[in-house]
Design a protein around this ligand. Structure first.
Ligand code: HEC
Length: 232
């Protein structure tokens, strides 16, 4: 209702094209069309492209200036870490979807020992092992490498299978910009599955159990032991 003359007031919207809307008022039998500059599709596109171009130039200037600190000691923002984690999990999940998991019989001691000896020779520098102190290498990693024997065991069989697929894929292909190497370039699938089987049963493993499986004879495994690379 109009405050001055009491006429019926109604607000309408007219769709001009898919990108512009014109609001207008009906005042009794008088139509009031406000003087609004209507943005046309062409103008919109020009604006979007110039904004995009300005953002690209700005990004190039920022990257080229070197203000971004690439040091491993300079942590990402928590939100960036969450984004990267989301990307890693989604990427691995998408790539392992239809992967067949061979029967990894946990009583097959030959396979477990194969996995354990390979793990002992190649992985402990970053992922550590029961009874082992953090190494100079593991301390400096960003992101940090997970310590498998300290992880909680995955009880749910479906989740355990998912985890094995993910482990296999990561060991075979590595992870970009993280120091996790692709071992599939130098090892066959059977050896990688053996490592998966071993890592999957590492949760809560004691130093003695680890030594027995890896046939490591040292009193304590240290960060400076000389890895025997004659395993292949
Ligand atoms: C030079 C250091 C380094 C070595 C050596 C290394 N890794 Fe890693 N690994 C990493 C890092 C760092 C990550 C974490 C990457 C991330 O968080 O995105 C990782 C991640 C993983 C993951 C994924 C863990 C998860 O949470 O899903 C698996 C599995 C793995 N490594 C297995 C191995 C195995 C098996 C070996 C030995 C054959 C090995 N790694 C050797 C650094 C290393």
């Amino acid at each position: 209702m109009c405050l001055i003359c009491g006429a019926q007031l109604t607000l309408h919207f007219a769709l001009l094209d898919e990108f512009s809307v014109l609001p207008y008022l009906n005042h009794g039998n008088l139509t009031i069309i406000p003087n609004i500059k209507i943005t046309k599709w062409g103008d919109r596109m020009k604006k979007i492209f110039s904004l995009l171009l300005i953002s690209l130039i700005l990004a190039a200037v920022i990257i080229g200036s070197g203000v971004y600190n690439i040091a491993a000691t300079e942590k990402h923002w928590p939100v960036t870490e969450k984004l990267i984690e989301w990307m890693r999990i989604s990427s691995v999940n998408a790539h392992v979807k239809s992967m067949e998991v061979p029967s990894l019989d946990s009583t097959d001691m030959d396979m477990i020992v194969t996995g354990a000896t390979h793990y002992h020779a190649m992985c402990t520098g970053c992922h550590l092992a029961p009874g082992m102190k953090p190494t100079e290498l593991s301390i400096g990693l960003y992101p940090q490498a997970p310590v498998f024997y300290q992880r909680e065991a995955t009880i749910d069989p479906a989740k355990a299978l998912e985890q094995m697929r993910a482990y296999f894929w990561v060991i075979k292909n590595g992870i970009k910009m993280t120091a996790m190497p692709a071992w599939g370039l130098s090892h066959d699938d059977a050896t990688i599955w053996a490592m998966v089987a071993f890592i999957s049963r590492m949760s809560g493993m004691t130093h003695e159990q680890y030594q027995e499986l890896t046939h490591s004879t040292q009193g304590s495994v240290s960060g400076h032991d000389h890895h025997d690379h004659s395993h292949e």
